[in-house]
Design a protein around this ligand. Structure first.
Ligand SMILES: O=P(O)(O)OC[C@H]1O[C@H](OP(=O)(O)OP(=O)(O)O)[C@H](O)[C@@H]1O
Ligand SMILES: O=c1cc[nH]c(=O)[nH]1
Ligand SMILES: [Mg+2]
Length: 208
């Protein structure tokens, strides 16, 4: 498995803005979608293409089109919804498979409360989206649910990742690649990523 920390200047500029203390809900939400879009661009870089003959404005030409597996986007509720519009900008036809999880504030263990996956998920590449990879519990649980449903091409897109969470996913699921705008420093005693973004769900939904 590989971890890709996207160093593109636009990504670094936008993720730094998101770290600001006084971000409005509107700006945070917009940036989450924009960085989600840029991570999608990176995570789909190796999709397979085939040549095909087509009629152009000046006659026949050889075009290229995507072949192979189609995609399903998997937002982890709630915060993953904040990246969804940005991902769909690039993949407007993708099916959406929703996983609802929250992290128990005491134990930091994931609690599943919703799961609705596309029926043909075993034939699709899954792009899991969640702004935060902290302890890795929520991501690992989601990957388990997808694998149990037969999915075997899984990529994780997170705005910010903690080294602890990356290690946990790598250990349990070495086949899953992670794309992130930033590998941050560490987790604090409450399981928050430092420097991180704060509580991404609350910032996207304006609930705090
Ligand atoms: O790596 P972990 O330690 O599992 O933590 C990361 C999870 O925590 C946050 O969700 P949260 O539980 O706050 O729920 P929310 O999206 O509904 O706000 C975040 O969006 C991830 O899903
Ligand atoms: O730093 C963190 C960790 C978990 N969930 C968040 O929203 N932020
Ligand atoms: Mg969550």
């Amino acid at each position: 498995m590989s971890v890709f920390e996207i160093k593109h200047p636009l990504v670094q500029h936008k993720i730094s803005l998101m770290r600001g203390k006084n971000m409005s809900t509107r700006s945070f939400r917009q940036l989450a979608a924009e960085v989600g879009c840029l991570l999608t661009y990176e995570a789909t870089k190796n999709l397979e293409l085939e040549d095909f003959q087509m009629e152009g404005w000046d006659g026949q030409l050889t075009g290229q089109r995507l072949v192979g597996k189609k995609a399903t986007v998997v937002p982890i509720l709630r915060a993953g919804i904040g990246m969804l519009d940005g991902v769909l900008e690039l993949m407007p036809s993708a099916k959406i498979s929703v996983v609802g999880l929250y992290r128990d504030e005491e134990t930091l263990e994931p609690v599943t409360y919703f799961e609705k996956l596309t029926s043909d998920i075993s034939e699709r590449m899954a792009l899991i989206i969640d702004p935060m990879l902290a302890t890795g519990g929520s991501m690992n649980k989601t990957i388990e649910l997808l694998k149990e449903a037969g999915c075997n091409d899984i990529r994780a897109l997170v705005l910010v990742a903690a080294p602890e969470g990356i290690a946990k996913v790598q250990e349990a699921h070495p086949d899953v690649d992670i794309y992130t705008a930033s590998i941050d420093d560490h987790l604090n005693e409450d399981g928050y990523i430092i420097p991180g973004l704060g509580d991404a769900g609350d910032k996207i939904f304006g609930t705090k």
